[in-house]
Structures are given as structure tokens and as C-alpha cells.
Design a protein around this ligand. Structure first.
Ligand code: SF4
Ligand code: SF4
Length: 161
């Protein structure tokens, strides 16, 4: 059988709990009705969707060296390199990435690939909307990863590495 002290404590706890409820009833909500309202800004060091960047003249920065493949702790990157020729110059190096894929399901967005890249080709951008309804959708191909035009990723195409 509850003592008077216990009953008073329980009643007081209920009053305090009700007070919290009433307080939040009149406050504006802190939640964001996503996806209708997007996050205003991500943090400066945020790492999101990958891009393969281009130089200002449109040549690809990636030289197919596979350093990003080696450094990736999730083994999320696949690169198949090919030789540039005078008739088919894709990058500024001897080689370019004939095929480039990133499995975004495996990626842990550590940024090691970006750090390892000697040409600044691979960068992690600001886009956090990476949901998909199938595995295939989330294995990004070279076409999906390559900037549509120099600077489309938000990085200066004239930057030095
Ligand atoms: S961010 Fe990290 S896990 Fe993702 S592809 Fe790059 S190295 Fe791999
Ligand atoms: S993205 Fe960078 S590290 Fe990866 S293969 Fe291309 S040049 Fe090498």
C-alpha cells in the first residue's frame, strides 16, 4: 500500500510531466517536414555524394591510377583503366578511367578516396539525398559520377592539388 509521501511524489511527477507537454504544445515544432523542406545547409566538412571532376577544358581529372581503390576501406570503388591516345585523349595523364563505379551502399563516406587522389579527381560533395529502391540504382556508374560540366560539383575546375 502506497504511503502518503509516495502518492504525493507520484502526483507531483504527473503534474511536472503534464507541464512539459503543455509547454511544447505552444512552442513551434523543431522537426522539418522533409522532403518538402530541405535542410538549410550542411556542415562545412560534410561528405556526401561523390563526383568525378573535370578540368576547365573538359578533360577528366581521373588518370585511372586506382589509388582510391587501394585506400578504400569498404572496397566500394571499381576502376578499369585504359591508355590515352592522340586520337582519344580523355585525361591529362597516360591513362584514364574507362570504367569507374562506386557502390554507395558500401561507402562509409570516410573521404579517404578524396585524400588519396593525386589529381583531385574524386570529391565528396554536399548532396545527402542518396536513397534508392534497388541495389543497382546505388551502384553509381562513371556516367552518373562525372560532372556534367566543369565545376558542376561545386569545386573550382581550375584548382591545383
Ligand atoms: S568515402 Fe571512403 S568508403 Fe566511400 S568510396 Fe571513398 S574511401 Fe571508400
Ligand atoms: S579518382 Fe583519383 S585516385 Fe581514383 S583512379 Fe582516378 S586519379 Fe586515381
Amino acid at each position: 500500500m502506497a504511503t502518503v509521501g509516495t502518492t504525493v511524489r507520484q502526483a507531483w511527477a504527473m503534474v511536472r510531466g503534464l507541464g512539459v507537454t503543455l509547454r511544447y504544445l505552444v512552442r513551434p515544432p523543431v522537426t522539418v517536414p522533409y522532403p518538402d523542406v530541405k535542410r538549410a545547409a550542411v556542415q562545412p566538412r560534410f561528405k556526401g555524394r561523390h563526383w568525378l571532376t573535370l578540368y576547365e577544358d573538359g578533360l577528366e581529372r581521373c588518370v585511372g591510377c586506382e589509388l582510391c581503390v587501394i585506400v578504400c576501406p569498404s572496397q566500394a570503388i571499381y576502376v578499369r583503366a585504359a591508355e590515352n591516345t592522340p586520337e582519344h585523349q580523355v585525361s591529362r595523364g597516360e591513362r584514364y578511367a574507362a570504367d569507374f563505379q562506386i557502390n554507395e551502399l558500401r561507402c562509409i563516406f570516410c573521404g579517404f578516396c578524396e585524400e588519396a587522389c593525386p589529381t583531385g579527381a574524386i570529391v565528396l560533395g554536399r548532396d545527402y539525398e542518396l536513397a534508392g529502391s534497388s541495389r543497382e540504382e546505388l551502384i553509381y556508374t562513371k556516367e552518373m559520377l562525372t560532372e556534367p560540366y566543369p565545376g558542376a560539383s561545386g569545386r573550382d575546375p581550375r584548382r591545383e592539388v
